[in-house]
Design a protein around this ligand. Structure first.
Ligand SMILES: Nc1ncnc2c1ncn2[C@@H]1O[C@H](COP(=O)(O)OP(=O)(O)O)[C@@H](O)[C@H]1O
Ligand SMILES: O=c1ccn([C@@H]2O[C@H](COP(=O)(O)OP(=O)(O)O)[C@@H](O)[C@H]2O)c(=O)[nH]1
Ligand SMILES: [Mg+2]
Length: 236
């Protein structure tokens, strides 16, 4: 159980390089050499609420791989939204069949279904620090989460990766997934660009987005991620 939490993320992020794009979105970009000196708040009213990082990026950008490393190194609970839906898919319920169809098409499951699964996972965990991987995938997902859970994430980690790299990784994934094929990955990329990137932009505008270069080896990427979580570990 954590006792203190970080509530002043813009201050935290001010120790990273702030990248202002032409559209004036605020994005914080990590460099592994940065020394981070976060500022903490002692707000007792929020002390017991879960500490949540959303992890976003296109299919194959490395979200799941990096989440496993973060969870292992920094003691976060890893909640994979796709993993929760896949578990439900194999449950031989009516909902399971519906999820399988949506996944095969590369579409997004109804928000109520995904948010309820995430809520159950948060409530049943002893840990209070969570990585929510692969969610929210749409603005509608995001608002449903905020409505049902009653909170925004503390920050959002975004893996930025070129399409051709993502496609190659997905097609080599070899986990027997119904969506790891050329047709579905094309659909998923369309959905990602049209429906998920607006969520990324939303958090960039709010100063909550932390963008990491998702190319290179798994170890190289983790070294870009590490400073973000190192700075939190004494606070959450
Ligand atoms: N940096 C990397 N270089 C090469 N392959 C990677 C890298 N990171 C992950 N992979 C592999 O690419 C595939 C997709 O990674 P994954 O973590 O499942 O991505 P996502 O969850 O974003 O779809 C997996 O087979 C994984 O082992
Ligand atoms: O919040 C979510 C997360 C996943 N999915 C579905 O599950 C698939 C696989 O998601 P996952 O995160 O496992 O894929 P990844 O991006 O890791 O390849 C997506 O394409 C969607 O069909 C969804 O509907 N809502
Ligand atoms: Mg994944």
């Amino acid at each position: 159980m954590y006792r203190r939490r970080l509530t002043s993320l813009p201050l935290f992020f001010s120790h990273f390089h702030q990248v202002k794009r032409a559209d004036q979105l605020k994005i914080y970009q990590a460099f592994s050499t940065e020394i981070i000196n976060p500022v903490e708040s002692e707000s007792s009213s929020t002390r017991n609420s879960p500490y949540v990082a959303f992890v976003l990026g296109g299919p194959g950008s490395g979200k799941g791989t990096q989440c496993l490393k973060i969870a292992e190194t920094f003691g976060f609970e890893h909640i994979g939204a796709g993993d929760l839906l896949r578990k439900e898919m194999y449950s031989s319920t009516e909902e399971g069949a519906m999820i399988q169809k949506l996944m095969r098409e590369g579409s997004i499951a109804p928000s109520e279904v995904t948010v309820k699964l995430i809520q159950k996972a948060i409530e049943s965990a002893e840990n209070r620090k969570f990585l929510i991987d692969g969610f929210p995938r749409s603005e509608e997902n995001r608002t449903a989460y905020e409505r049902i859970i009653g909170a925004e994430p503390n920050f959002v980690l975004f893996f930025d990766c070129p399409e051709e790299v993502m496609v190659k990784r997905v097609l080599n994934r070899n986990e027997g997934r119904v969506d790891d094929n050329e047709h579905t990955v094309k659909e998923r990329l369309k959905v990602y660009k049209a429906v998920t990137l607006p969520v990324v932009n939303h958090y960039a505008k709010k100063g909550k987005l932390y963008k990491v270069d998702g190319t290179g080896t798994q170890e190289e990427i983790f070294e870009r991620v590490r400073p973000i979580f190192s700075s939190l570990s004494s606070l959450v």
